[in-house]
Design a protein around this ligand. Structure first.
Ligand code: SAT
Ligand code: MN
Length: 590
């Protein structure tokens, strides 16, 4: 419990609004969590899985209309529309508080109000921040207890401070027409109603650690980014860290804990995972850009996770994991999803809970956005620096989207401002992580389009300013694209563990160890410098995906211009210059 006046006052106000039968403070103890698991099993909210095969694991199914983030119902409620910018949905705070309080009023009737104190980042780190989430869902409590650091020590770290993020989640009746995910960055407040799906209701994650945190980062001089963080140890024992931004469901979890190809393992290379989704980046005392992962677990996409694509994630999910919307194998009370193996269960329930037989059904058994929630410490390659309060120093930043063409396998930006430009012109095919059409290419600067809590034009400027502060300690910036396809629509690059070959090139470039081909968009590898040993790909095929097609880039350029127009005067002059320079370089080469 806490004596913090600002916390107690808010809880008392919310109690009056929501009218719960009782209030339970989550203390973070295993005992209390176990009680809640038992209670949720009784009501059917979660199902206990096979204790021998999957110790401490549970299955949950969301409502059928509530399976992904809802971008069109996500709002940034700043005092002016301009502060939210052209890429966010905006409503005035007064209007939204009223609407949301009217929806949530008395919605905890006969229910328990759970109070979750949580820390984003290691407790006590100068980079960490504290939040309190109120919820009427045990599923949310159990997920938050995996994804964040929850418990009484958070109250101790907070003391009497008023610097904490208020989060109200109310399931209400899951009415999709009254579903709202709202952010009030100026009040450090989040309100989410009528949903129970992870990204909409685990308020520490996208709502706090990206939308509210990006706003705070702008004010306080740091960056909250949709990035994985990984460390690569070379045979000499030196570890270099990389942060990489990709849109949701584009392979961040896979890249963050990849296992290098055999020959690298033999030579002594190792990969450590620091985070798979979010990075908070500060300029450290040493002047380096340093990253912490504010989370404490993984909320990964299940389909496609297997022994080959991501053996470390698979091992991570073998205990203390909550599975959401996957197949329930009734024969041995375990779980399954598409792409796990070639043996779908014969006696099962699909993600909707209806009888399903993987041998005969042509319907998918698991939802494409089904998830696992696992503790970070389960990951076999979790970094020894995971809890380091000072974070890890970043040598390279990578941006990457899902593009069938145009973007080469990898290229390096010319300098920081050019790298920021490269981040802002990211586009990617949409995925099942958000409600809407899948496979449509859209602009997604820095993979932050759905997550930036303020005007994106100002966000771009903030990136430029961080570079000015970093000076010659700024990381090198790269762009990658694992998703180039051939004329039959098949991926050309094998991806997964073999992406290590590209990371090796990136680190060599950071250390100025190898030359590259200068192209109008940036430096592309000489084909001989990407190690293909043990792969089915020859240098000619590699050249195909390293190719920069000027015609396609001319089209891309027009697209970027149209996108940039949205930002009007908020577009930093530095980026206008970068765009002009790119155009001039392309004209010269055609
Ligand atoms: O659903 S989440 O927002 O938590 C995951 C994602 O879409 O990146
Ligand atoms: Mn994500």
């Amino acid at each position: 419990m806490t004596k913090n006046k600002s916390v107690l006052k808010w809880i008392s106000n919310m109690k009056n609004l929501l009218n719960p039968a009782q209030v339970l403070f989550i203390d973070g103890t295993e005992e209390q969590l176990e009680k809640l698991r038992k209670e949720a099993c009784k009501t059917g909210e979660i199902i206990k899985l096979n204790e021998e095969k999957l110790p401490g694991c549970y299955l949950h199914r969301t409502a059928i209309n509530d399976v992904a983030r809802v971008e069109d119902r996500t709002f940034i409620c700043t005092s002016t529309r301009h502060e939210a910018g052209p890429t966010n949905n905006w409503r005035s705070p007064n209007e939204m508080y009223k609407l949301l309080y009217d929806i949530a009023r008395n919605s905890y009737n006969n229910k328990t109000m759970y109070v979750i104190p949580y820390s984003m980042g290691p407790i006590g780190s100068p980079f960490s921040k504290i939040g309190v989430e109120l919820t009427d869902s045990i599923y949310v409590v159990l997920n938050m207890a995996i994804m964040t650091r929850v418990g009484d020590n958070v109250w101790s770290a907070l003391g009497e401070s008023e610097d904490w993020v208020r989060g109200l989640h109310a399931k209400c009746n899951l009415d999709a027409e009254k579903r709202y995910i709202c952010h009030f960055p100026q009040d450090k407040t989040i309100i989410s109603v009528n949903s129970a799906y992870g990204g909409n209701v685990l308020l520490g994650k996208k709502c706090f650690a990206l939308r509210i945190a990006s706003y705070l980062g702008k004010k306080e001089g740091w960056l909250a980014e949709h990035m994985l963080i990984l460390g690569i140890k070379n045979p000499k024992g030196e570890v270099k860290y990389i942060a990489a931004a990709f849109p949701s469901a584009c392979g961040k979890t896979n890249l963050s804990m990849l296992i290098p190809p055999k020959e690298y393992l033999k030579r002594g290379y190792e990969v450590y995972c620091v985070g798979d989704d979010i990075a908070w980046l500060h300029i450290g005392k040493d002047g380096m850009l340093r990253a912490i992962n504010p989370e404490n677990g993984f909320f990964g996409v299940a389909p496609g996770t297997n022994e080959k694509s991501n053996p470390n994630a698979l091992k991570t999910t073998k205990s203390k994991t909550i599975f959401t919307n996957v197949v329930h194998n009734l024969d041995d009370n375990t779980v399954w999803w598409e792409g796990l193996d070639k043996n779908p269960p014969e006696n099962a329930l699909d993600w909707k809970g209806t009888p399903w037989n993987g041998k005969t059904s042509d319907q998918k058994g698991a939802h494409p956005n089904s998830r696992f929630t696992s503790p970070a410490q389960n990951c076999p390659c979790i970094s020894p620096e995971f809890d380091n309060p000072a974070g890890v120093p970043i040598s390279a930043i990578i941006f990457g989207g899902r593009r069938a063409n145009t973007m080469p396998l990898v290229y390096q930006a010319k300098d920081w401002n050019n790298g920021v430009f490269v981040g802002t012109i990211m586009s990617s095919e949409t995925t099942a992580a958000a409600v809407g059409k899948v496979g449509v290419v859209r602009h997604d600067p820095m993979a932050m389009l759905p997550f930036c809590g303020y005007n994106m034009g100002e966000y771009f400027e903030h990136w430029i300013n961080i570079g000015k502060k970093l000076g010659d300690k700024a990381p090198q910036i790269f762009n990658v694209n694992w998703f180039r396809t051939d004329e039959f629509g098949n991926f050309i690059w094998p991806g997964f563990g073999d992406n290590f070959r590209v990371l090796e090139w990136i680190l060599k470039r950071c250390e100025s160890k190898i030359a590259a081909q200068e192209t109008p968009i940036g430096a592309v590898p000489n084909a001989k410098d990407i190690n293909l040993a043990g792969l089915d790909i020859n240098e000619d095929l590699l050249k195909k995906i390293l190719d920069v097609d000027f015609k396609l880039w001319a089209t891309e350029l027009e697209d970027i211009k149209a996108f940039y127009k949205k930002f009007g005067d908020d577009l930093p002059i530095e980026l206008k210059k970068e765009l002009n320079n790119l155009e001039n370089r392309l004209i010269k080469s055609i």
